[in-house]
Design a protein around this ligand. Structure first.
Ligand code: AQP
Length: 330
């Protein structure tokens, strides 16, 4: 049995970078024939991570439900995967405290995401400890695979280090999880700045296409996406164009190579209009499902309750063993 764990922060609007780097990979894993019988999948809404930067409490609560509904709308099937809210399983912060006691301070200081985020926000201890909470999320379920975007690779490496350290100190307990990162689509870049990743917290709204954007917003953002000094698609497109072709490939469900061959010679204007049309039709299907799910929030609540209950039965087994090994009363 292989265990897969991943999550998204309800820290803003989910965008096509989150979809391409994470959600669409989860759906592929869930539906892959070889895995259906022998995988246990956990997809979490990581609200305790989200509060490591300032959040409006009312908006946060709404975003938690929005993200959960988007998981379902994007194709996560609660009959095949366990969907739950991180804060509804108190084993996560409890285990984080225990893991903190074996985490080297210097290793957390080297985390790229901490450095980047602490430039944008006043750094708090929670932001510093973010990777340990993530390691707890993963290790509590004896996870084998963590499907994520490239930006999370360093955090998974830390998770592996902590698992190894724990095993060495207290005896064999944890498997070493591996990151599952799709090379071609690992890092979707901002439409306004191809050097920085598409991000929920981007101050420029034109840089990010959100899963719930209207047709008008999608067309406008694609039309105004930065390109380069050229005028038509070449065989080896520059970074900005390659980013747009990557997005096109994912929603067209074909390889980057095939997309480039299909598009070569098209003017940037023509390509942008094809891409906008593709995004509008793909996202409108997700949005239709999303509206249906939100109109019956009771069902969504039921999925989340069942997910949290199942998650707790699993995590409590690991936590019990960990506490015994560390000499903490159960
Ligand atoms: N631009 C991206 N390209 C590919 N994958 C991405 N992911 C995020 N941005 C991209 C992947 O989405 C998953 C969930 O991310 P997260 O919500 O936990 O946090 P994040 O990586 O910090 O995402 P954002 O959008 O940039 O949020 P903010 O602005 O709040 O920090 C992860 O698997 C991530 O790799």
């Amino acid at each position: 049995m292989k265990t897969v764990f991943s999550g998204v922060q309800p820290s803003g609007n989910l965008h096509i970078g989150n979809y391409i780097g994470a959600l669409s990979q989860w759906v592929n894993l869930q539906n892959s024939e070889s895995r259906i019988q022998n995988s246990e999948l956990f997809f979490c809404i990581v609200d305790l991570h989200a509060i490591t930067v300032p959040q409006d409490p009312k908006i946060l609560q709404e975003k938690v439900l929005e993200v959960a509904a988007l998981y379902l709308a994007c194709g996560i099937n609660p009959k095949k995967a366990h969907i739950f809210i991180q804060s509804e399983n108190p084993d996560h912060p409890y285990f984080t405290w225990l893991l903190n006691t074996i985490t080297p301070f210097g290793q957390l200081e080297r985390m790229t995401q901490f450095k980047e985020k602490s430039e944008k926000h006043e750094a708090n201890v929670g932001l510093f400890d973010y990777p340990v909470l993530m390691a707890s999320d993963i290790l509590l379920y004896q996870t084998d695979e963590v499907p994520v975007g490239e930006d999370q690779k360093q955090h998974i490496e830390l998770t592996r280090d902590l698992a190894e350290k724990f095993n060495k100190k207290y005896g064999e307990t944890f498997k070493l999880p591996v990151p599952v990162i799709q090379k071609e689509t690992a890092r979707v870049m901002s439409l306004q700045n191809p050097n920085s990743k598409m991000s929920k917290s981007d101050k420029d709204p034109l840089g990010t296409i959100n899963l719930l954007d209207s047709e008008k917003e999608i067309r406008e953002k694609v039309r105004r996406a930065v390109t380069d000094s050229g005028s038509s698609i070449s065989k080896n497109p520059s970074e900005a164009i390659a980013n747009l072709v990557t997005i096109y490939s994912v929603f067209k469900n074909q390889s980057f190579k095939n997309s480039t061959s299909e598009l070569v010679g098209k003017s940037y204007g023509e390509f942008k209009s094809i891409l906008a049309g593709l995004l509008v039709s793909s996202l409108s299907q997700i949005q239709k499902k999303y509206q249906g799910i939100r109109s019956g929030d009771k069902l969504l609540r039921q999925v989340l309750d069942e997910g949290a209950e199942f998650a707790k039965t699993k995590s409590s087994q690991t936590l019990k063993i960990v506490k015994e090994k560390m000499g903490i009363s159960a």
